[in-house]
Design a protein around this ligand. Sequence first.
Ligand code: ZN
Ligand code: ZN
Length: 165
Amino acid sequence: MLLDVSKLINAPGERMEFSFEMDLSDVDFGGLYPAQEPVVVTGAVRNTAGMLTLDFTAATVLKSVCDRCLKPFDNPKSVHCQYLLTEKLESEDSDDILELENGCVDVEDLARTAFIFEMDTKTLCSEDCKGICPGCGVDLNQGKCICKKQVDPRLAVLAQLLEKD
Ligand SMILES: [Zn+2]
Ligand SMILES: [Zn+2]
């Protein structure tokens, strides 16, 4: 979505609000497509003492899968960004200062890039998810491991050798 902020450039104290939805359902994160719900972007451009600032929040509920217990779960995700907008960029040094093109800024492109950049590489259904027992496959959040009493056969052999000594 191209936002025309040219009216704000010479209007200190003015602001312009915006809100739109993005479809990121075809964006692949490690073989999954978690952004099945629309990503809602809301924000504003403000002229504060002659400086234009853009800030927005991109939010959705991701359909994630827990890395530990493999359970699908609803994963609320929100990304907040802030930029300064300028008509003429004096140096290329800062990523937080954006140059306007004919008084416009492509908010959708910014929001899409920021949202994808902020995607977690690890997703857990909860911080203390206990995961799945590699031995018996029980979801340890829901039940107790049933393989604990069985000793690893290699260890059993070792135990026998030790007993002989
Ligand atoms: Zn989990
Ligand atoms: Zn087990």
